[in-house]
Design a protein around this ligand. Structure first.
Ligand code: COS
Length: 379
């Protein structure tokens, strides 16, 4: 067993840390306030090779391992979880799908520009009436004369307004349950595709979250991924990897909260000494560090298993449930340590607290993660 990062992993971590601390952190609070999508940071992430970092180099990606990916998402999310999720979705939920389930033509046409960061991707699974019960989607895709006509509404779509290409799931056989679902690559310009309402959110406000409407959206039959009926399996496999990314995002929030709280507690003087010298504060910091470190170990183990082609659904679920709850805990404790200053927008911890909550909800709620873990134990 080896707990050390490789030299390459350390270099990637250091490079992204510098980018995050020197550039992303600067306008994070303002983008949060104005709900502004960070186009300039996405461009820079593309230049750094972060938008398709696990995609093989022959398809324009970085060819990195999953542990490196988690290091990148952690560093980004330490200063801005919105930037973290934009990067995570493009990598885990879009590039991965096409790499794993696309044919050569689809890879050349869609994966290469996505992995290079020339185009941005989004993943459309949830609907107004189906979130945790993903198989219960209502969107349909009917094949006619070489085209699928997609009808339905998808919501909570991260990157939805700014993306170019969308992974979309729909029933090709509405009587077939989860085995009647298929997956497609849809371009924003396809007729019948439209971006709907932009959500106003508690946190991750500089990432865009929208509804997408499909009205007889005309998709060439060759844009179907894999076989008809494979869509639910594709979505589930994709979410297994996505959950490692969201766990890393949560870890970044937890770590950012911890570092902010340590620094503040050393500066803040009450009753004649820095509050870090009070055991009440030290115990909080100790619990934050313990939960953060445990999350990191779970995340790196899930990533390691993925890279070694071992089954990792349960590991990803454990990593996500633990890290997201650690993020909520650590950011809330950081606000408590800051006291009144934690409750105002002059310091980042109130943003961390707002950003943390979504990690317990998207890409599978904590309850869904516990279902995955429980079923895994009992099968
Ligand atoms: N990898 C591959 N296949 C999987 C899988 C996985 N991780 N999990 C389930 N499947 C397959 C099963 O093997 C089964 O296939 P067959 O019936 O063909 O053998 C099929 O999918 C259905 O599985 P299951 O019966 O477990 O499905 P359920 O409807 O009970 O749902 C949960 C299972 C709850 C785990 C799933 O619906 C889920 O993850 N929901 C949350 C969705 C989510 O994360 N939404 C967020 C959207 S992204 S923001």
């Amino acid at each position: 067993m080896d707990f050390m990062l490789t030299d390459e992993q350390k270099l990637i971590q250091q490079t992204v840390r510098e980018f995050a601390q020197n550039e992303v952190a600067k306008d994070a609070a303002e983008r949060d306030r104005t709900e502004t999508f960070p186009k300039h940071h996405v461009k820079k992430m593309a230049e750094l090779g972060l938008m398709g970092m696990m995609t093989p180099t022959e398809y324009g990606g970085g060819g990195l391992d999953t542990i490196s990916y988690t290091l990148v998402i952690e560093e980004l999310s330490k200063v801005d979880a919105s930037v973290g999720v934009i990067c995570s979705v493009n990598n885990s939920l879009v590039c991965y799908v096409i790499e794993a389930f696309g044919n050569e033509e689809q890879k050349q046409k869609y994966l290469v520009p996505l992995a290079k960061g020339e185009k941005l991707g989004a993943f459309c699974l949830s609907e107004p009436g189906s979130g945790s019960d993903a198989a219960n989607m209502k969107t349909t895709a009917v094949l006619r004369d070489g085209y699928y006509y997609i009808n339905g509404t998808k919501n909570w779509i991260t990157n939805g307004k700014n993306a170019n290409y969308y992974i979309v799931t729909a029933h090709t056989d509405p009587t077939g349950g989860h085995r009647g679902i298929s997956a497609f690559v849809v371009e924003k310009e396809f007729p019948g595709f439209s971006v709907g309402k932009k959500e106003r959110k508690l946190g991750i406000r500089s990432s865009d979250t929208v509804t997408i409407n499909f009205e007889d959206c005309k998709v060439p039959a060759q844009n179907r991924l894999s076989e008809e009926g494979d869509g639910f399996r594709i979505a589930m496999k994709t979410l297994d990897g996505g959950r490692i990314g969201i766990a890393a995002q949560a870890l970044g929030i937890a770590q950012g909260s911890l570092e902010a709280a340590i620094n503040y507690s050393k500066e803040r003087v009450q009753f004649g000494k820095p509050i870090s010298q009070f055991q009440a504060i030290q115990f909080k910091l100790a619990d934050m560090e313990t939960k953060t470190t445990a999350s990191r170990l779970l995340i790196h183990r899930a990533a390691w298993k993925k890279d070694h082609d071992l089954s990792f659904s349960m590991d990803a679920a454990m990593a996500k449930v633990h890290a997201s709850e650690a993020a909520v805990f650590c950011s809330t404790e950081a606000v408590q340590i800051y006291g009144g200053y934690g409750y105002i927008k002059d310091y980042p911890v109130e943003r961390f607290m707002r950003d943390s909550k979504i990690t317990e909800i998207y890409e599978g709620t904590s309850e869904i993660q516990r279902i995955v873990i429980g079923r895994g134990l009992l099968k």
